[in-house]
Design a protein around this ligand. Structure first.
Ligand code: NAD
Length: 479
């Protein structure tokens, strides 16, 4: 199936006729072609967005809201089709795409369709000076949205929905590894009555198409989710051009387990926070620290549960772990397992590729638990982004806090304890944008979302996203 660019409400081949193979991770086969769009395609998308902006930015909030909510409803009506496409493109179990990815993409549109009707700006009365200030929140113009492969439609729409709700027009690029659902979104937008040119989707490699977006003189803001190295590169290019930047980057999140936690709840959630989506979620708790008094019990129970996870074809209902997203990614994850062995880690379970009958060339890997001798090893410091977690014991709050914070990343942290004072102290001191206590990945879309340190700059979610996608202009009137 060939994918096309979605520009000005129509579908187009890339101008230079350059195509990239699209792989199905469950069987390793090429099942379609993706445009490798050039500067010219990005320019066409920009021109369409620029032409649509005057009218879209003046569209009433009620009308914008109605269209966004219609997109959300159409995604829900097409749940099965989108979930199948996401699973085929990414390798994730279809059950996950149906329960998480597509419903969340629909929620993104519904949420920002509602949020824009509640978004207000400030007013400051300068008492004694007989003046009043009010702040306008004006759309920026044409903005760029670039997203990764792990939660393809979920993260793509997490950017697009607030951008267009705020009155901007968009040039967006999904990951070239998982472009399918972004392609299908174009049809839905047309059906929902989104005016031509408000959203434009160009496909291609980061180094060609992505680069053309970030370098574009008149694309005034970039919302990016992806790896830390790519984020640094984008900042280097876009910051001197004074573009607004939101960077949601990598993570190496600690999952800290105290003996006083609700054990069963912690255990089942920890299996999920370790291996959901084959461990390819930026929020996965990939470093598990366990209080020494329950370490041996946890180790035995956790490994037993992980061994029960079924690695299988993504389309099967009983599959817990599908395929990794690509061959190069599988190789990268396997390399880290080899590094762990070199670093004297012990593989408690997993560590091997899995062959699924009939799909022998798919990218399957056992969920892997590695006991590490210390926190400084590479597998505890570098983002692996696959079905691999490390475990090690700790003896005190201070010790675990120090280890938790001793990475370059700071996206999220999970804490399992019933001790209130400890909860307050550790939540304050953990270097992360998000701290979950006695839960994981519980999301309220109104909350600020983002990381500190090498996990990024800026916050998405709720009004934070609407603030990012608008410029504040203060007007001071003396009376
Ligand atoms: P990536 O950085 O390789 O690619 C992300 C996107 O950037 C893709 O669309 C890619 O084509 C594009 N890109 C690459 N080079 C570019 C360039 N020079 N200019 C413009 N765009 C360019 O990341 P990935 O491998 O797709 O995704 C995995 C990473 O994403 C992991 O590090 C993960 O932690 C991170 N991630 C972060 C969050 C978060 O919210 N913080 C969420 C999901 C994933």
């Amino acid at each position: 199936m060939n994918i096309q660019n979605y520009i000005n409400g129509n579908f187009h081949n890339p101008t230079n006729d350059d195509w990239i193979d699209n792989y199905n991770p469950s069987n390793g086969e090429v099942y379609g072609q993706i445009p490798n769009s050039t500067k010219e395609d990005v320019e066409n998308a920009y021109i369409a967005a620029k032409s649509a902006f005057p009218s879209w930015s003046q569209t009433t909030l009620e009308e914008r809201s109605r269209i966004l909510i219609k997109i959300s409803e159409l995604l829900e009506e097409n749940l099965q089709r989108f979930a199948e496409a996401e699973s085929k493109d990414n390798g994730k179990p279809i059950s996950l795409a149906k329960a998480v990815d597509i419903p969340r993409a629909a929620s993104n549109f519904r949420f920002f369709g509602n949020a824009i009707t509640q978004f207000a700006s400030e007013s400051h009365e300068s008492i004694g000076l007989q003046a009043i200030n009010y702040t306008l929140r004006q759309p920026i113009g044409v903005v760029g949205c670039i997203s990764p492969w792990n939660l393809p439609l979920y993260l793509f729409t997490w950017k697009i929905a607030p951008a267009i709700a705020a009155g901007n027009c968009v040039v967006a690029k999904p990951s070239e590894v998982t472009p399918m659902t972004a392609y299908l979104l174009g049809e839905i937008c047309n059906e929902a009555g989104l005016p031509k040119g408000v959203l434009n989707i160009v496909h291609g490699l980061g180094t060609t198409t992505g680069q053309a977006i970030i370098e574009h003189q008149d694309i005034k803001a970039i919302s990016f989710t992806g790896g830390t190295a790519t984020g640094a590169h984008i900042a280097k290019v876009a910051a001197p051009m004074f573009k607004k930047l939101s960077l949601e980057l990598g993570g190496k999140n600690p999952n800290i387990i105290f003996a006083d936690c609700d054990y069963e709840d912690m255990l089942s959630t920890t299996v999920r926070s370790s291996f959901a989506n084959q461990g390819q979620i930026c929020l996965c708790g990939s470093r598990i620290f366990v209080e020494a008094s329950i370490y041996e019990k946890f180790k035995k129970d956790f490994v037993e549960k992980v061994k029960q996870l079924k690695v299988g074809h993504p389309s099967k209902d009983d599959t817990n772990i599908g395929a990794l997203v690509s061959k190069p990614h599988l190789e990268k994850v396997k390399e880290y397992i080899a590094i762990a062995k070199d670093e004297h880690g012990s593989i408690l379970c997993g560590g091997n590729e899995v062959t699924i009958e009939g799909f022998e060339n798919g990218y399957y890997l056992e969920p892997t638990v590695i006991e590490v001798p210390n926190d400084d090893c590479r597998v505890n410091q570098e983002e692996i982004f696959g079905p691999v977690v490390t475990i090690m014991p700790f003896n005190s709050e201070d010790e675990v806090l120090q280890m938790a914070n001793k990475v370059k990343y700071g996206l999220s942290a999970t804490l399992w304890t019933n001790n209130l004072k400890r909860t307050m102290k550790m939540s304050n001191e953990l270097q992360a944008g998000i701290v979950w206590v006695n839960t994981w990945m519980m999301r309220d879309l109104r909350t600020p979302f983002g990381g500190v340190k090498a996990s990024g700059v800026g916050r998405e979610g709720g009004f934070e996203a609407l603030r990012f996608f608008t410029e504040a202009k203060n007007v001071c009137i003396k009376y």
